[in-house]
Design a protein around this ligand. Sequence first.
Ligand SMILES: Nc1ncnc2c1ncn2[C@@H]1O[C@H](COP(=O)(O)OP(=O)(O)OP(=O)(O)O)[C@@H](O)[C@H]1O
Length: 444
Amino acid sequence: MKRVSIIGQSYDDFLCEQLKRRDILADFCGVDELERFNFSCHLLLLDLRCFEQIVWAEPVIRKLHKHTLVLVLIDRQQLKHDSVHQLIGQYAWDYHTAPFEIDRLARLMGHALGVIRIRQQCMQEGGSNSNRSSPVNPVMRSAAMQMLVKNINRAAPTDIPILVRGESGTGKELIARKIHTQSSRANGPFVAVNCGSLISGVVQSELFGHEKGAFTGAVSGHKGKISQADGGTLFLDEIGDLPLEQQVNLLRFLQEGTFDTVGGARAQSSNVRVVAATHINLESAIERGEFRLDLFYRLNGITIELPPLRERREDIIQLARYFCEKYAREYNVGKCQLSKDACYAMLKHEWVGNVRELINRIRRAVLLCENGVIKTQDLELKEVIVQPCFAQGLKTIKDEVEKNALVTAIEKHNGKMDVVASDLQISRATLYRLIDKHEICAAE
Ligand SMILES: Nc1ncnc2c1ncn2[C@@H]1O[C@H](COP(=O)(O)OP(=O)(O)OP(=O)(O)O)[C@@H](O)[C@H]1O
């Protein structure tokens, strides 16, 4: 039996019965009962049909585990509201519009549950060989990301703890995996723990493990995440959400290398490199007394600050193309291209959900677009009226064109400089001078 959590309805007999017939168990939760909701569920159906105001929905979604898939149920006329558009664009894996058709909805859920199963399998395989689960090529073309790459290259081979900071969806976990694969521990496990989604009461057992019979229901011993990561990297995501009493235990482990399992008589040890991540301001959490200063110093050997996507707009189109290709291949829909207007709209958009929002919009657009061309509407973005901006001055415009031509040619020829120079009909010396002038990072 598969399970789905439904927020927005107290209980719906008909829906419950229909889903049960299809082997799906539904847990209903009204918006006034959210304190009892299990935020680490796998699939959430957000029923927005009876709500005029949906301001409560975003904070709920933000509390979910990041691998939770969100389906949204809405009335067609709600699609006219910007807030609903934004919510779907940023967070939804898919949506279902009324009239409510149980077959269509069950198919959608079946598909989502299938994706969840495949992801879980991949993550389990990734636990024994982390290379398999990390995306091949993180897009990092912008100057800001190139700086970051330099810092990662220096810090990764050491065992120094790293704190990755950045807004949600900027790629903190991806960076943590990159650090792991570039470290001497690359052949060991990469174990990720989302401290925000650990269920209170079992946090200590999840992190440190428990012995058989340690508490009611502990019918066998359990290896905690710290032991699982022995010889590899422990990625502590959303570290700001770790309860204070567990912060003390973690600090002890980081200082002394030992920890106690729940119900264990002897201290255990594990050899891990810790990479932690946060999207909240830990300094403010320390001032509020919610995060320990000594733990902050322990975790923060080096800080890697991931800029939000709106502050590295040079990456937007490349990321969009990367995910376009990826999903076109995955969904077997043939070649897919971005129209010029869609590119302008993406460059103007604020991307509050960062790369995760971009992925959501592109994935849906790949499925919805016609003739393999993604238009602005397919991305559910606002149309941008492009006016020639002569105010920039001719020099700036020329410089931009020159830089774009260089970057495109370098990419096209995989950094083979003699071929790039010949394609651009300039000498190698001029090519290197221009690469320096535009501060392009191009390794041959
Ligand atoms: N530079 C990048 N190139 C390719 N994919 C990226 C890049 N940055 C992020 N992604 C993808 O965006 C998605 C979100 O990234 P990730 O989970 O690492 O973000 P995060 O900052 O850890 O988010 P959260 O704070 O919500 O945990 C992932 O699917 C990741 O693979």
